[in-house]
Design a protein around this ligand. Structure first.
Ligand code: NAP
Length: 474
């Protein structure tokens, strides 16, 4: 057989995961000169766009407009979307290997890291991932409940996810009322009694992971004061070299300005702390009652940075809920080698390996957070996916494919999924759901009211008026 990649026999590529990195990989493939491709894009949810839909905060609608670019990619005639197809359940890696020349995993980081402290299992202790998924209507998290009847909440970590959840907790819910926040979350936020949000950074203001714009959004809230202790806002000598970075300097000056303003007069406060680590979640009757924190000092990490070390001095913050926002973590996909220590798919610069530091698995690649871990903004994934696709095409030129003669007939995978009774959702069907969500939103004076249960989406496709039939394919 001649090398696939011709008009008659395009290179058949499966991309697993329809979030930003998956879409950027598809876009890079479509734009690659000298090779004809056809791409099947799978997602475990009926809806595309990954964290843009399920992660980006409802008050950041401008960021979500990137979906217009993804939609253009999805509508390319060389691309088919297979929503509601879960790898390891509806399809196996062996199925993909039997039907495609190349496979790209873009499965992100579906789970989160733990703080590894006592009390993490108490009721009222959650991950920020769960809270974000809940207010954004992610089917994995819509069933959760968060007790907003308490007066104080602790958010552990000072990355941009911590900023998102703090802003959602601290803002005026009416400012979210016209967005795509789910109706149930909006109702709960309207009833919220939360007055104090402790925001805990284990290192100093120069090491805070948030972006300047994100901390400024907290400082500009009209419903809460950003309160910082001037002593904690001070940069320790060990961190002073970091101020040479203009973004760091900007962030530090911003919190120092707020520290100088004092506590303010608003009832609701965001109390930003530095050099404070969570030590124990204290429970009462099985529920979170307080968070014990340990004050830290900063020492060299032996490389170019600084790390925090406990001083043995503790403080107890009475809180009714703890949201840990200490980073996401990948979960293994059945049949795909996983690097458990790093929490991502085992890979060398995007080529899947048979274990950490192991041999390359021919024809299989990884992009986005599942490749490099949970870091970077949405746009970071574009260059990352382009880099992996270019490695993939290098390998293609060298004749390295998953196998020499897969069943690359485009109808074969459709038949296989039908035989497995998978309720596949096509892109046209997603657009039908999209239309229903927009209409439901318009009826409530909002941008969108999301479906948050997979069964509701499938039922709407089965019974909705004028919708494409359930198993139509693109
Ligand atoms: P992140 O940026 O890695 O921040 C994690 C935070 O958790 C850091 O402050 C880290 O402190 C802290 N941490 C880690 N382990 C800890 C522990 N055991 N105890 C206490 N603190 C701990 O992660 P993220 O906030 O989940 O964000 C993930 C990525 O998505 C980032 O690249 C972020 O910029 C991006 N994102 C962007 C936006 C936006 O642009 N609006 C929104 C959301 C997410 P150390 O620094 O000391 O490790």
């Amino acid at each position: 057989m001649s090398q696939p990649g011709t008009l008659e026999r395009p290179l058949a590529v499966a991309v697993v995961g329809a979030g930003p990195s998956g879409f950027y990989a598809v876009e890079a493939l479509l734009k690659s000169p000298g090779v004809h491709v056809r791409v099947d894009l799978f997602d475990r949810l009926p809806t595309p766009y990954g964290l843009v839909r399920g992660g980006v905060a409802p008050d950041h609608q401008k960021i979500k407009s990137v979906t217009a670019v993804y939609e253009k990619t999805a509508l390319d005639p060389r691309v088919r979307f297979f929503g509601n197809v879960k790898l390891g359940q509806d399809l196996t890696v062996a199925d993909l290997r039997a039907h495609y020349d190349k496979i790209i995993y873009a499965v992100g980081c579906e789970s989160d890291r733990h703080m590894e402290i006592p009390g993490e299992g108490l009721a009222g202790s959650h991950s920020a991932t769960e809270f974000v998924g809940w207010y954004n209507g992610h089917p994995d998290h819509r069933h959760r409940s968060f007790d907003l009847s308490c007066e104080a909440v602790a958010v552990v970590g000072v990355g941009n996810v911590a900023m998102d959840v703090t802003r959602v907790l601290a803002c005026d819910p009416e400012a979210l009322a016209k967005t795509d926040i789910t109706g149930y979350a909006l109702d709960a936020l309207r009833q919220s009694k939360v007055k104090t949000i402790w925001l805990l950074g284990r290192r100093g203001p120069a090491e805070a992971a948030y972006s300047p714009a994100e901390i400024e959004e907290i400082g500009e809230l009209t419903t809460a004061d950003l309160v910082v202790d001037p002593a904690e806002a001070a940069v320790e000598p060990i961190s002073s070299a970091e101020l040479a970075d203009p973004a760091v300097k900007k962030k530090v000056e911003y919190v120092q300005k707020h520290a100088a303003l004092g506590p303010g007069s608003r009832e609701r406060k965001v109390r930003l702390r530095f050099r404070a680590s969570p030590a124990e979640i204290v429970g009462q009757d099985g529920r979170v009652a307080a968070l014990r924190i340990e004050k830290n000092k900063l020492v060299s990490d032996g490389k170019d940075g600084v790390k925090s070390v406990g001083t043995g001095e503790f403080e107890t913050l009475p809180v009714g809920m703890v949201l840990r926002s200490v980073g996401y973590r990948g979960i293994p996909v059945p049949g795909v080698p996983f690097d458990d220590k790093a929490g991502r798919i085992a890979n060398a610069a995007g080529r899947v390996t048979d274990g950490p530091g192991g041999a390359v698995v021919t024809g299989e690649y990884v992009v986005g957070w599942s490749k490099r871990g949970p870091s970077g903004l949405i746009g970071t994934n574009r260059a990352d996916s382009v880099a992996t696709v270019s490695l993939m095409l290098e390998d293609w030129k060298a004749g390295k494919l998953v196998q020499t003669s897969p069943n690359a007939d485009p109808a074969a995978i459709v038949k296989l999924l039908a035989a497995k009774s998978a309720a596949v959702v096509s892109f046209a069907q997603w657009k039908a759901l999209d239309k229903l969500e927009l209409a439901a939103g318009a009826a409530r004076g909002k941008i969108r009211e999301k479906f948050s249960r997979v069964e509701d989406m499938i039922a709407a496709l089965d019974h909705g008026s004028g919708l494409p039939p359930k198993r139509e394919n693109n």
